[in-house]
Design a protein around this ligand. Structure first.
Ligand code: AMP
Length: 139
């Protein structure tokens, strides 16, 4: 069964499409966190970021890069929060990779992405060394 975003790509359900090219599409979020909240989506279905092929990842970033200033200018935003909920445990509800571009305004009180967490976690230095090594060896 195709995702709701694939149905938008296919024109089966309506959306306020703001940009489209061969491999990516962007449309307004149906439940906007702020005016101009936009989703950027690869047209093909990939559940998580690690499933996205390199060439599509490049196209996806190019669309994010193109749209972020366009959105800020269109709604006169002071800034944007640009984020992926990558996986169910991170709050991803639609299993089709999508980037949220959320316009931000001085005094909107939403805080940085850090405010989604309780605060920094105290991790001992030797553990940080191990984590860094584990990531570096897989990068
Ligand atoms: P996430 O929690 O990261 O998976 O976000 C999914 C987002 O998709 C939410 O912000 C929803 O408001 C948005 N959404 C769900 N259905 C639609 C739709 N038909 N058109 C536009 N946005 C949608």
């Amino acid at each position: 069964m195709s995702t709701i975003f694939s149905q938008i790509v296919e024109g089966e359900i309506p959306a306020r499409v703001v940009y489209e090219d061969e491999t990516t599409i962007a449309f307004l979020d149906a439940n906007p966190l702020a005016p101009g909240h936009t989703l950027v989506v690869p047209k093909d279905e990939y559940e998580r970021l690690n499933n996205v092929p390199d060439d599509v990842a490049t196209d996806l970033y190019a669309t994010i890069h193109r749209l972020t200033p366009a959105i800020e200018e269109a709604v006169d935003a002071d800034a944007t929060t640009v984020a992926f909920n990558n996986g169910e445990a991170a709050g991803q509800e639609v299993p089709h990779v999508h980037c949220h571009i959320v316009p931000r305004f001085e005094g909107d009180d939403a805080g940085p992405i850090h405010s989604a967490f309780g605060g920094p976690e105290a991790i001992p230095d030797d553990e940080l060394d191990e984590i860094a090594e584990a990531i570096e060896s897989r990068a």
